[in-house]
Design a protein around this ligand. Structure first.
Ligand code: KIV
Length: 287
């Protein structure tokens, strides 16, 4: 483990000392490297990859194999942030045994350090079982994107007293079962504050107001790679989409005007006549 690596204990310290926690999604090694450079606390391989990377309307089709594939890619580029991976739809709802096996695969085969599971009191038995077998769990309550069909869309939860009580009961059940953090999605800010005050472990909000212990955003949203409009709770802190588009237009123009590649970007003929070996991508000193 890198000396500056984030751990569950350090996250707890941050909560106890009132230091905000940052969590950002990553789906590949280059993004994982950026998160590491920025010293983001937690990298989340979210099943949002089904929407953000695969271009679907929801997350329901994402498979275990896809989560494993992306977790491995993130593992390869990550140095510092804690690596948490989402358990995808139907990887944990069929039986606790299957859920246990799948969570273990994300740790053993993917290299995740913890799993995140959408659900409330109905998954508290599973959370207890996983934590007892040393698989740390992050809970995810409030708006649960897997419930998109039940909700009739992605809708803010906890606005009426009944739904608010249910979310509070979910939070209590998961805390008792042993989650080490709770993601709170799309709930009123006052409910985010209430859960944060009663929780001994960090709460990480996305559309849960400013008073949670940390905030999580999808990388593509915060970097400016998601086409407008963004969800109300997201903010584009950069314009990576525009930067990439400009680079593509300049590349196209340079190729069409025959200014790329230059002689400096081309190989001289080799005296031996043998084809030179391909240079490794990380070391471009290949003249
Ligand atoms: O899948 C995901 O990216 C998430 C975050 C938005 C919290 O669950």
């Amino acid at each position: 483990m890198a000396p500056n690596a984030m751990t569950i204990d350090l996250l707890l310290d941050r909560k106890q000392n009132g230091l905000p926690i940052t969590m950002v999604t990553a789906y590949d090694a280059p993004t994982a490297r950026l998160l590491s450079q920025a010293k983001i606390d937690i990298a989340l391989v979210g099943d949002s990859l089904g929407m953000v990377v695969q271009g679907k309307d929801n997350t329901l089709h994402v498979t275990m194999e896809e989560m494993l594939y992306h977790t491995r890619m993130v593992r390869n580029g990550l140095d510092g942030p804690l690596l948490v991976t989402d358990m995808p739809f139907l990887s944990y709802q069929i039986s606790e045994e299957e859920a246990h096996r799948n969570a273990g695969r994300l740790i053993k085969e993917g290299g995740a350090q913890a799993v995140k599971i959408e659900g409330g009191s109905e998954i508290s038995g599973l959370v207890r079982r996983l934590t007892l077998s040393m698989i740390p769990v992050v809970g995810h309550i409030g708006m649960k994107p897997m419930g998109v069909h039940q909700m009739g869309g992605f809708k803010v939860q906890g606005r009426d007293p009944g739904s608010r009580r249910e979310i509070l009961a979910d939070a209590r059940a998961l805390l008792e079962a042993g989650v080490f953090a709770l993601v709170l999605e799309a709930i009123p800010a006052s409910l985010g504050r209430e859960i944060t005050r009663m929780s001994p472990v960090p709460t990480i909000g996305i559309g849960a107001g400013p008073d949670t212990d940390g905030q999580v955003l999808v990388f593509h949203d915060l970097a400016g790679l998601t086409p407008a409009p963004l969800p109300r709770f997201a903010r584009a802190f950069g314009n990576a989409g525009e930067v990439a588009l400009r680079a593509l237009l300049e590349f196209k123009s340079a190729v069409e005007q025959k200014t790329f590649p230059s002689s400096g970007e081309s190989y001289a003929e080799e005296k031996t006549g043998r084809h030179p070996p391909s240079p490794p991508r990380t070391n471009r000193k290949d003249n």
